[in-house]
Design a protein around this ligand. Sequence first.
Ligand code: FES
Length: 326
Amino acid sequence: MVAHNLLPAIPRPTTDLTLRVHAKDTVADGVVSLTLVHPDGTRLPDWTPGAHIDLLLPDGTTRQYSLCGDRWDPYSYRVAVLREPAGRGGSAYVHDRLGIGDAVGVGGTHNHFPLVPADRYLFVAGGIGITPLLPMIHQVELIGIDWQLLYGGRTRASMAFREQLKDTYGGRVHLCPQDEYGLLDLETWLSRPEPGTKVYCCGPAPLLAAVQDACAAWPPYSLRTERFTAATPEPARQTPFEVELRRTGRTVTVTPDVSVLHAVRRAGADVLSSCEQGTCGTCLVPVLAGTPDHRDAVLAEHERAAGDCLLPCVSRSHSDRLVLDL
Ligand code: FES
C-alpha cells in the first residue's frame, strides 16, 4: 500500500469515443464478436487494416483488440474477443457481462501492423490471430493481389470466421485445425524464400517464433508479425542504468525492479500507458542517445534496429545511459 502511494497517478489512456454495443455474436467456441456503433449513428474515424482499438470497459479495465470488420463501413467497428481463463479479466467481462446497448469507451485507432505493398501475401494465423488479418485479406482481394491464408487453431470449432473465409475465398484459404492436421506445416509453406512476398503472421508466441525461424533465410523485412503478448526474454543487463529526460532536465537511475516507465514518471514525466505489457504502443517515447533493450511486441525489426524509440513499460537499456526526449 505504502509503495503504491509513492507512485505518481498513472495517466489513463484517452477515450476518444463512447460507443454502444450494437450486436454481440458467438463466432467460434470461446469467441464472441462485438459490433460497436456511435449512439447518434454518426460515422466513426477511418482506420486501416491491421489497426486496433483500446476498449475501456465499464469495469475500468482497458484492453486492445484488432479491428476485424469492414473498413469501408464507416458506421461500425467490429472486434472479436477470445475468452482467456488465465487472463486479467477483460475477456471474461466481455463474455459474461457486456450486453447489447452497453456503453464502452474506445481509444484509437492505432496501427502497429500496417499492410505494406507487396507482389504477393502469405497470411499465417493462429487462433484469434485471424482478426487483424481479415481486413488485410479483404483489402488485397479488392486490389487484386495474389494471396494465401494458412490458418491454424486447436479445433475447427474454435477457429473464428472459418466458414465465412472458406465460403468467400475458397481455395486461397487453408484451414488446418490442430486436432485434424497437427501443427501448421511451416516447412512446406516457408522453407523456400519468395522475393516479393510478404508474410503476415499473428497468433500465439510459439507460432510466431516458429514462423520467424522458418523465415530466417527470407529477404529482410519479408515477415511482419503481431503478438498478443510481448516476448519477455531476460533483460540484457541486470544492473542499474541511468535515464536522462532531456527536456525535463532530470536524470533517474533505473534499478532492475522498476520499469523505465515508472522511473520516468517518478521523475515527473507524464507518459501515457495502457497495456503496460509491451503490446499496445501507447507509451512509445523517442530515444535521443543510448541503446535500448527492446522487449516489446510492437516494434518491427527495422524499428528496433533504428534504436530511436522505445516502449518504456517493458523495454530497458543495453547501455549505461539512455537519453529520452521527455
Ligand atoms: Fe502498452 Fe507500453 S503501455 S506498450
